[in-house]
Design a protein around this ligand. Structure first.
Ligand code: MIC
Ligand code: SF4
Length: 663
């Protein structure tokens, strides 16, 4: 039987299981990436594993999220990351070198390889023909230690691109259209693979925009073939020799196929507060705008920046608009500067920001109250911008410029029809400026021994978990609705500085939704009562941040019960010994309320026997509610032990299969 691109790469990296069994598989990881908001925790956990040097082909530690540096904490973390990278064999991408996904695709990613990253947008690497997956920091630490990464054997949805994009319609509109079709729900366990004639018409950075925002679908990853375009891009990056061809066999079988005719696509926009709330721009044009922000790992490539510059040339933005532009990498920044494009952006009235995540993660540029902010990034979750009353819309850079110039939501095609602006044709250059001086190599093995790790006072060792008790007796300390994101659970923005200090960061769990949640949890914990969270659909959507599980664990949360739990967050819960349970009958969600006293009798035994179902008894209401779980043997053992680190400590050197818990 023929294979798809995803299946080919996975098959070649398979170390455990069967790709077509529907069960869990283990794959070898060639490359890892971490970033500074998730990296300190991953590195601290790696230190505890006692492995002297990373065992991957390449691991890169990026500094791009916590660059606001209000106080010493972020800078202290950066120095820790730098000393860690040097000592343990990682490359370190310094603050200012750019956003991890943009830099990785430019300088490090290779077709046919596997990449695991402690950031949910790691699938950007799929644009260059990699299987690139986002996961929690502890999973990255394990991969750096040479352990396989486990995932459910994926199903593959083939996305057949036909035709060619019209001017003003972009790669961003393709992924917004895919989000409109597939939504952010129900795609767990799938890989999105692009094929068809239309693929050839997209450059690697455009493919990266699509695979990047594929993260919002909730799929495991997204991937493109590696073809002549990929070769052209790698050659322009001075890495032509790293190209290999990779395409689906002609008799490859996709589990489902979606057709998108690029000729028919129109400029699209995602409305607040979810990336799948997508409509055609024409449907909401004319709405007044307050802020426009261009950048982020979705739309900050050279092509994006140069298109923006060309459109802005000789024009100034509407006086009511606060306009910001952040190039995705030092390479993009320099290219725009040296080609004389940057002055067009500066002259237009833009606030030129550093090559970092910044506004996208709510670290700066918070809009005013009730503002309408048009952005080119990938997430418009409630409160993520730093202003809970603001409304964030997601668009292409072309649309963002159109809005910045007119001051209202504008279909970019109007720039041509109403303002006589021609669509600029921008291709990737023949040669990018190559300067890896901010990508620091590790020390050699001899020198590594003498490297001292620097740890500032805000770096606190990660706490350990507790084994699953025989009976789980607790309280519903928090009940939340549908689509609770990791930004709701563990906000970032100005709190990013506490990422290395779990006790401190834990004070802010659910702070924007339920300000006393953390203190109530700690009260319960003191009295020996476990905390239980109840959620609706898509619980844990969004980021890979393991703090959304680690901090609740610290607060004494032992179970999350929801209608559905998102992939990366579910894995993080398990890694920290929190059991993810699903309502057997979704309507039972209504039967349980916040503050109810509940019991899960014999939960430990039920997990050991792997019944797939447990009964919850709500003492306050006097009702029983059946809950289900689908956990692999590995996951059950991890939860019983109280998390992945604890399991490794209790059974040193043992594989999952050899570990046995008493009945
Ligand atoms: C995000 O876009 O939400 C982040 C910030 O990049 C996160 C990682 C984090 O929370 O540190 C992600 O996407 O995984
Ligand atoms: Fe950074 Fe935003 Fe991309 Fe996350 S989505 S990596 S915060 S630019």
């Amino acid at each position: 039987m023929g294979l798809t691109v995803a299946q080919k790469i996975l098959q070649e990296h398979l170390v455990d299981g069967d790709l077509f069994s529907g069960d869990e598989i283990g794959i070898k990881i060639d490359q890892t990436l971490t970033q500074d908001a998730t990296g300190t925790m991953a590195d601290l956990q790696f230190e505890q594993m006692g492995v002297p040097r990373v065992k991957t082909e390449v691991s890169v530690s990026y500094i791009d999220h916590k660059t606001i540096q209000m106080g010493f904490e972020d800078a202290d973390d950066h120095t820790y990351l730098q000393t860690f990278a040097k000592k343990y064999g990682l490359y370190l991408s310094k603050a200012g070198n750019g956003i991890c996904h943009q830099v990785h695709i430019e300088r490090v990613g290779k077709p046919g390889k596997t990449l695991l990253g402690s950031d949910s947008h790691t699938p950007t690497g799929g644009g260059i023909g990699m299987i690139a997956i986002g996961a929690g920091g502890l999973d990255i630490a394990s991969a750096m230690a040479g352990l396989p990464f486990y995932l459910p054997a994926p199903k593959v949805v083939g996305i057949n691109l036909t035709g060619k994009l019209n001017p003003w319609v972009t790669a961003k509109d393709i992924i917004l259209q895919v989000l409109q079709i597939l939504t952010t729900k129900g795609n767990v366990g799938w890989i999105a693979e692009y094929f068809g004639e239309g693929v050839k018409t997209l450059t690697v950075p455009e493919r990266g925009t699509i695979t990047n925002m594929g993260a919002e679908l909730g799929v495991t990853t997204s991937v493109f073939p590696s073809d002549q375009e990929t070769k052209r891009f790698l050659e322009a990056q001075g890495r032509g020799e790293q190209w290999i061809p990779l395409e689906a066999d002609s008799d490859a079988k996709y589990d489902k196929i979606i057709e998108i005719n690029l000729n028919e696509l129109e400029p699209m926009i995602a409305q607040p507060h979810n990336p799948d709330n997508v409509v055609k721009i024409r449907e909401i044009e004319g709405t007044p705008v307050d802020q426009v922000m261009i950048g982020s790992c979705t739309n900050s490539s050279y092509k994006d920046g140069k298109t923006v510059a060309k459109l802005l040339k000789g024009r100034t933005v509407n006086p009511n608009i606060s306009f910001g532009y952040a190039p995705g990498s030092k390479q993009v920044f320099r290219m725009l500067a040296e080609e004389g494009e940057l002055p067009n952006i500066i002259a237009s009235g833009a606030r030129v920001l550093e090559s970092a995540c910044g506004f996208c993660i709510g670290a700066g540029q918070a809009p005013r109250n009730n503002a309408i902010s048009i952005r080119t990034n990938n997430r418009n979750f409630y409160g993520r911008s730093g202003t809970v009353t603001a409304k964030i819309y997601l668009v292409s850079p072309e649309t963002a410029v159109a809005c910045a110039l007119t001051g209202v939501i504008t279909d970019p095609r109007d720039l041509e029809t109403k303002f006589g602006i021609e669509y600029p044709k921008v291709d990737i250059p023949e040669k990018f400026i190559i300067d890896d001086s901010m990508l620091l190599p590790p020390a050699d093995e001899q020198e590594a021994g003498s490297v001292e790790l620097y740890k500032g006072p805000n770096i606190v060792d990660p706490p350990g978990g507790e084994p699953m008790p025989a009976d789980l007796i607790g309280q519903v300390t928090g009940k939340f609705g549908d689509k609770i994101t990791t930004d709701d659970i563990m906000p970032a923005g100005d709190l990013l500085k506490y990422r290395s200090n779990v006790p401190k960061y834990s004070e802010y769990v659910f702070i924007k939704r339920d300000p006393t949640f953390a203190s109530r949890c700690l009260e319960n914990k003191k009295m020996g009562v476990w905390n239980i969270i109840v959620g609706g659909d898509n619980y844990g959507q969004g980021s890979s941040r393991e703090h959304a599980a680690l901090c609740p664990m610290y607060l004494g949360v032992k179970a999350v019960i929801a209608k559905a739990i998102e992939r990366i967050h579910r894995a993080n819960l398990i890694n920290f010994g929190i059991v993810p349970l699903i309502f057997k009958n979704p309507d039972d969600y209504e039967k349980i309320d916040q503050n109810d006293r509940i019991k899960l009798p014999n939960i430990r035994k039920a997990l050991i026997d792997d019944k797939g179902e447990v009964m919850l008894y709500d003492e306050t209401k006097g009702v029983s509610v059946p809950l289900t779980y689908h956990l692999t043997d590995r996951e059950i053992k991890t939860i019983l032990a109280g998390g992945k680190m604890r399991l490794a400590k209790e059974f040193p050197g043992k594989g999952f299969k050899e570990i046995n818990f008493d009945k």
